[in-house]
Design a protein around this ligand. Sequence first.
Ligand SMILES: Cc1cc2nc3c(=O)[nH]c(=O)nc-3n(C[C@H](O)[C@H](O)[C@H](O)COP(=O)(O)O)c2cc1C
Length: 333
Amino acid sequence: MSSPVPELRIGPHKVRGRFALSPMAEFTSWPMRVLAQEFGAAFTCTEMVKAKFVVQRHAETMRELRRHPGERLCGGQLCGGDADELAEAARILAHELDFPFVDFNIACPIRRIVSDGAGSGLLSDPAKVERLVRVLREAAAPAPVTVKMRSGLDEKSITAVAVARAAEAGGAVLIALHPSTARQGYGGQADHAVVAQVKAAVGIPVVGGGDMQTPADAVRLMRESGCDAAYFARAAIGDPWIFRRAQVLFETGSEPPAPDPEEWRAVFRRHALWLLEHLGERETCLHLRKLSREYARRLAREDARKAAGAAMQKLERFSEFEERLDALIAAAK
Ligand SMILES: Cc1cc2nc3c(=O)[nH]c(=O)nc-3n(C[C@H](O)[C@H](O)[C@H](O)COP(=O)(O)O)c2cc1C
């Protein structure tokens, strides 16, 4: 089995840490990314945006691409199947918006995107992947290009090794692999053997992921597959501390404790205030209804977890969030 590279890089950028935050639409806007980075996430990406909408400077897309001035290594993730659109979008990301790298999505399983020959739709055409990665690289240069991909379209068409080699040949500097098929969507189980196969097939760093629920899952994936880093997606929602726990586990063999209620409250509150700045009050309240269930998972006491999950469900105003958070913490102590 191949061993992880001694020093992880994304082209010219040195990466600190081995556990990355994988992009998630609606969740990984800058507030979540900044917290993940603060707790040691090695790198992050924006959620996927369509190349066409970047070229059109679609207002919603430009909002999704916003970054915080303190963000260190955040890629802009593009999806598309048209070379001219991708080239112009990559140029805008790298040269106008100053993204340190451009991530090409060959993973999205949404039917509309796949039938358009984008996202996972490209997994059956390695030659096109090579061509498009080359186009992106030329447009983004000197910013490097990374690729996010899946194993294949379905279980009868596992093309990960050919696609990863094509991406490398086109000039990608890193591959992040969700080792499940487009048909599986976000259900079923990831097949982590595919991570080892891809790592053995290419010379560029490989980041493995898929169903990483705990730091131990991620450290095990790295040890068993030889991949260079691992990523968390769903498990990091409401748990920015997971990156620190994983890194300490990786380095020392033991995992630090989960946050105490005071730290939990301070971090959740900061996340909420940043969302307010990013989204405005109405969207923030709607988002906090989902997010509070995820943050609640981190509380040690079961009664506090249940109360935290339930407390924010009918949130209408941001001031109610602060009041309810105070009451929850008083109860969780
Ligand atoms: C709500 C949601 C939105 C997602 N959006 C994106 C996206 O915009 N770009 C992307 O590359 N992957 C996206 N993903 C996939 C994740 O990055 C990740 O590959 C997948 O969830 C498997 O990792 P996990 O088991 O740790 O969640 C999304 C996943 C979820 C659950």
